[in-house]
Ligand binder design. Structure first.
Ligand code: ADP
Ligand code: ZN
Ligand code: ZN
Length: 726
């Protein structure tokens, strides 16, 4: 018999620390990797996650003992754990924070892993029986009666009411608890109402992996309107077993409620959703469903890839090129790339679809790492829209729109159809300028100009939260020749409203869609099909299916043509093709007019004559020439502090340890927007063709920086596979 050695556990905490903590396991307690435990830490009680057991603790320290395990099962099952610990090494982010990102907020805080019954409420009266001075209660009743579904207590509080008001109304019987599961339980559509695949779709579908045969990655290049969603639905119908789980990643759910509705038509209540608008209770409940292995088809944004699936059979990543898959702060992972690794760990197929695949994925396809499946016909009768360039160098513009563009909009409306106008900036104008002294109004806290927002008479910084009241004269010389310069969505909206007074002009941007449900209301209006003009930002480019939009006008395509960011041309082409793809999706032919001052630019010219993959081939050749990603791997160290000197010094200090064979270094240099919210930002870019070497160098530097005592207010971070440089 062996003598009893006290058992130990190595534990990760939800802290930005690149280290773990050893504890004794009380006698008789069973713990394994991935389990939640409660531990004494200083004078606090913290929730930790077990990383390993029975490893030799460092010598000479007295270990404290775990208090108790929070449950007798692993909050992070083995495959999820492995995914996260791989990600921690790959993205150089502390393991503890990576692991805790995968827990719902309630479980991070040590709450029990039990379903939370979220109460939801419905109005029972219009409130006429309330005393005249009970305006808040009346307002709540009115708000409730306008909600499409029962509202949870959390949602009510988010909308600005209090639980006291809820209690008051319950006491008077004016509102009632709704039955549980307020998800509008869409019954699946009867099979004969579901579309059958077109011959082109069938051909594409036949090239997809048969499932259950191990890891297999496919890039589905399907032009806009080719019906990629239909392919996903059929694929799941055919290959997902009754007990299996599936993950469908999408960029932003709230923008495309139609997609979720289509999945519900096929799979009814098997569909669950995961996105940033869920409250803590909803998050916990959905997380538990997944953890219990219920056979869900989970449609979710980026972080859904971290959910604790145990029976995953298929992964789908829709619009795989979308930059929202990359987390921009903290644990800077790519949801798409983790999805590929997850499929690999789990030995299951993954399908990544896009009309404009990222050069990274396309590179993998060209190298034979991914299957490439092409779907180059639209699902409905219409052919892809025709694109043409409209040179605006010598044309007078009204609200950014040229005469031919306005005429084309008029013709479209006259035919009873809809037009969409794309402007890449929200607000009224990107800058206010004095025509006497030349002064342009800048943000006092950033190296940027303030955007003029006419609707609420404000000048706002789009890079920090600074805002000031708009003035009618120059703040510097008091001249009244103080005018907006350039185009924003509000300004174009005004021009359109004036030019077409008899049709609705609907603006879609972050400002107009802030209120919950407003985007849904807008989409419903557009889908009714009546003539209207939509004007908006990127938001309009994302996955929408507006059958009656037959004209798209791009106000100015020149933004990305001369940028220093090596990704700018790729992103420009993707945005232009995605927004163009909103035209002619029904049974009528669509037309796209792209206004530009550079109509002879080769990139814009090829946009009108070639398909995306051949443009991608050209862009790829340029990337190869410059040895940019995907031909080399990139990582960026960023530093920020209250002076530029401190930021540059920090990066200068790490530069020698970054240097070495096989690594190219740029910088340190001030960032493109060097000062943001009064923080001075600099960066050091590392490039290498060997992922392993780059990773080892990054790890060494991170470890070193962790042990340094940095001057106060100096912060650093590392971004692996950055989406933005500058
Ligand atoms: P994508 O995501 O590839 O741009 P969608 O999946 O939104 O395209 O499909 C475009 C339109 O074509 C949608 O209105 C969809 O309902 C319709 N559609 C797709 N496949 C079929 C089909 N096989 N039969 C009829 N309509 C289809
Ligand atoms: Zn600012
Ligand atoms: Zn002036």
């Amino acid at each position: 018999m062996e003598s009893r050695v006290p058992r130990t556990a190595r534990i990760a905490l939800n802290r930005p620390l690149r280290r773990l903590f050893d504890y004794l396991i009380p006698e008789g307690m069973q713990v394994t990797r991935g389990q939640r435990v409660q531990i004494p830490f200083g004078r606090q009680q913290l929730t930790g996650l077990v990383v390993e057991t029975d490893v030799e603790p460092p010598e000479g320290i007295t270990l404290k003992t775990i208090n108790h395990a929070l449950e007798d099962w692993q909050a992070l099952p083995p495959e999820t754990f492995e995914l996260l610990s791989w990600a921690s090494t790959y993205y150089q982010h502390p393991l503890g924070e990576c692991l805790f990102t995968a827990l719902p907020p309630a479980l991070r805080r040590g709450r029990p892993a039990r379903e939370k019954e979220e109460e939801s409420w419905v109005a029972q009266s219009s409130g006429s029986e309330l005393p005249a001075n009970a305006y808040r209660q009346k307002a709540l009743l009115q708000w409730l009666s306008q909600q499409p579904a029962p509202a949870s207590t959390g949602a009510i509080i988010k909308a600005g009411f209090t639980s006291a008001q809820v209690n008051g109304l319950t006491g008077k019987g004016l509102i009632e608890r709704a039955k549980q599961d307020s998800n509008p339980a869409a019954a699946p559509l009867s099979p004969d109402l579901r579309p059958t695949l077109t011959p082109a779709q069938q051909h594409a579908a036949s090239q997809l992996p048969a499932g259950r045969e191990g890891f297999d990655a496919t890039l589905l290049y399907g032009i806009t309107g080719s019906g990629k969603t239909e392919i996903y639905l059929h694929y799941l119908k055919e290959h997902l077993t009754d007990t299996g789980q599936a993950l469908v990643l999408v960029p932003e759910i709230n923008l495309t409620p139609q997609t979720v509705a289509r999945f519900r038509h096929y799979f009814g209540d098997r569909i669950v959703v995961w996105h940033s608008a869920l409250n803590d209770g909803e998050r916990l409940n959905t997380w538990l469903k997944v953890r219990r292995g219920q056979p869900v088809i989970l449609i979710g944004t980026r972080s859904a890839v971290l959910l604790p699936f145990t029976g995953l059979e298929t992964i789908i990543v829709d619009e795989e090129h979308d930059s929202s898959y990359k987390q921009g702060e903290g644990f800077r992972y790519s949801g798409r790339d983790l999805a590929v690794y997850r499929a690999h760990l789990n030995k299951c197929p993954i399908i990544m679809g896009s009309a404009t695949p990222s050069l990274e994925s396309y590179h993998n396809a060209r190298q034979g790492k991914y299957r490439l499946v092409r779907l180059e016909e639209r699902a409905k009768k219409a052919v892809p829209p025709t694109l043409s360039l409209l040179d605006i160098r010598s044309r007078p513009l009204e609200g950014g729109l040229s005469r031919p563009a306005l005429n084309a909009i008029r013709d479209t409306l006259d035919r009873g159809e809809q037009a969409l106008v794309f402007v890449n900036r929200r607000g009224y104008a990107p800058v206010m300028m004095c025509f006497d002294c030349g002064h342009m109004v800048e943000c006092p806290r950033c190296d940027t100009r303030l955007t003029y927002h006419r609707r609420d008479r404000a000048m706002r910084c789009h890079h920090c939260d600074y805002q000031a009241a708009a003035t009618s004269h120059c703040p510097k010389c008091q001249s009244e020749a103080f005018k907006p310069v350039g185009q924003g969505t509000e300004r174009t909206e005004d021009t359109l409203a004036e030019a077409f007074p008899s049709v609705p002009v609907v603006r879609v941007d972050r400002d107009s869609t802030q209120r919950k449900g407003s985007i849904q209301a807008i989409l419903e209006k557009v889908n009714s099909g009546a003539p209207c003009v939509l004007v908006g930002t990127q938001m309009l480019a994302k996955g929408h299916d507006f059958p009656n939009v037959t004209l798209v006008v791009v106000v100015n395509a020149d933004g990305g043509l001369f940028s220093v960011d090596f990704r700018a041309p790729e992103q420009l082409i993707q945005t232009l093709l995605q927004v163009s793809g909103r035209a002619g999706r029904g049974n009528k032919v669509g037309k796209v007019l792209i206004q530009t001052c550079h109509s002879d630019h080769p990139l814009l010219k090829s946009l009108c004559t070639e398909n995306y993959l051949s443009i991608a081939d050209q862009l790829m050749a340029e990337r190869e020439q410059g040895q940019f990603p995907p031909f080399r791997h990139m990582a960026i160290f960023r530093a920020e502090s209250d002076t530029m000197q401190n930021s540059l010094e920090l990066l200068d200090a790490i530069k020698p340890s970054a240097s070495g064979p096989g690594i190219e270094i740029w910088g340190p240099l001030p960032a493109l927007i060097a000062r943001r919210a009064d923080r001075h930002r600099a960066q050091l870019v590392l490039l290498s063709s060997q992922r392993g070497r780059l990773n080892a160098v990054l790890a060494g530097i991170c470890q070193h920086l962790d042990q340094q005592k940095l001057p106060p207010k100096v912060k650093w971070m590392v971004d692996v596979d950055p989406m933005e440089i500058g």
